[in-house]
Design a protein around this ligand. Structure first.
Ligand code: NAD
Ligand code: WQD
Length: 343
């Protein structure tokens, strides 16, 4: 019988791709999602890819009773990958309490339901905890800087909660993965990023502009201290990111020699500017992109990319897909969505 892995936020962008990779690695994913930022139709899309419809339960992980009942009923869960959270930086500034409530109550409910019970736990963190790094590429030993948004603060505090919980109780075996910028979609173009409303992130805005849903892209500043003046990020293909979660579960199952709390950067180690990302998209899609340069976006980091040595040496994972595949898959997904709307 294959090991059962709970994937919270499993119908979401990264969660759905991780469900596919868990299945491919011989695990049985079981999904929980309240569908606050995803569609139940994603289950059908996943079924088209892996041939089986994953087990799915719809409820809010902030509901303590429901979490406890679910965990009691599923005592055969051997690991948890916790994606479920609110993640829009701008919204978090407008509505901080929504973010503190959702991102902390869901996490704490899950952790408390495993008091004295061994659990392997992988957490979705973010390079946002580094702020504007002093040294690039940024490694896991770099200082965590004061968050510039309530969202970023929830990730920093969540890491502290996890570290202190692991220190106090050895039944928790925890890995936090600090994602850089996930982009792209599964090669089947059946799952991908599903932004609700106006996309905040670069790639969905690029693809929606290219398909004609948006009139133009605004590049938020080209007067930064970077080679072409636009901001630099470490974009990582969402499928590579998904595979990093399988590697993290496998490391926890084997026993992490670093102890029962650890952190890994999950990026490619390469930085691309916004203008370079646009050029890569135009090359991959064959479509010139309509964009203008506008003012900087408040709170943006100028440049960040990851030192991914620790993940290669100790997690046994390294990104395989490059910027061309990221852009081509993002475009294929946008074209699929234009003919097969999923909401
Ligand atoms: P997403 O919004 O697509 O997926 C999150 C899923 O969690 C959604 O399906 C949503 O419905 C669900 N959810 C939210 N709150 C819930 C709750 N209380 N109970 C049950 N389900 C709930 O986001 P994503 O891009 O897949 O991100 C997944 C995780 O990775 C998040 O924790 C996010 O903070 C983190 N992350 C994302 C990025 C990124 O750029 N996408 C970067 C770094 C970290
Ligand atoms: C990338 C670059 C923008 C849109 C955010 C969160 C982070 C994580 C990933 C959750 C920046 C530029 C963007 C546009 C643009 N999310 N841009 N025009 O800001 O690096 O990270 O998403 O964990 O926590 O902070 O990603 O995709 O928003 O921006 O010029 O219309 O593209 O200024 O330089 P970001 P992004």
């Amino acid at each position: 019988m294959s090991k059962k892995i709970l994937v919270t936020g499993g119908t979401g962008y990264i969660g759905s791709h991780t469900v596919v990779e868990l299945h491919n690695a011989g695990y049985t994913p079981i999904l929980v999602d309240n569908l606050s930022n995803s569609s139940v139709k994603i289950l059908d899309q996943i079924e088209k890819i892996i041939g089986v419809k994953p087990e799915f339960y719809e409820f809010d992980l902030c509901d303590t009773e429901k979490v406890n009942a679910f965990i009691s009923e599923h005592s055969d869960i051997s690991g948890i990958i916790h994606f479920a959270a609110s993640k829009a930086v701008g919204e978090s500034v407008q509505n901080p309490l929504k973010y503190y409530h959702n991102n902390f109550f869901s996490l704490i409910n899950l952790l408390e339901s495993y008091r004295e019970k061994p659990i392997n736990f992988v957490f979705s963190s973010s390079c946002t905890v580094y702020g504007e790094p002093d040294v690039l590429p940024v490694n896991e030993a770099a200082p965590v800087k004061k968050a510039t948004s309530p969202y970023g603060n929830t990730k920093q505090i969540a890491e502290e909660i996890l570290e202190e919980t692991a220190k106090a109780a050895s039944n928790y075996n925890i890995i936090a993965l600090r994602y850089f910028n996930p982009v792209g979609a599964h090669e089947s173009a059946l799952i991908g990023e599903l932004p609700i409303g106006v996309p905040q992130n670069l790639l969905p805005f690029i693809t929606q502009t290219a398909i004609g849903k948006r009139e133009k892209l605004t590049v938020f500043g080209d007067d930064y201290d970077t080679p072409d003046g636009s901001a630099v990020r470490d974009y990582i293909h969402v499928v590579d990111l998904a595979k990093a979660h399988v590697a993290a579960i496998q490391l926890l199952e084997k026993g992490n020699p670093n102890g029962n709390y650890d952190v890994f950067n999950v990026g490619t180690g390469n930085g691309y500017s916004v203008l370079e990302a646009i050029s890569a998209f135009e090359k991959a899609s064959g479509k010139p992109l309509n964009y203008v340069v506008g003012p900087r976006r408040e709170g943006d980091i100028i440049k960040v990319w990851g030192d991914v040595t620790k993940s290669a040496d100790q997690l046994g994972w390294k990104a395989q897909l490059g910027i061309d595949e990221m852009m081509a898959s993002a475009w294929a997904w946008e074209k699929y969505l234009s003919e097969n709307p999923i909401q």
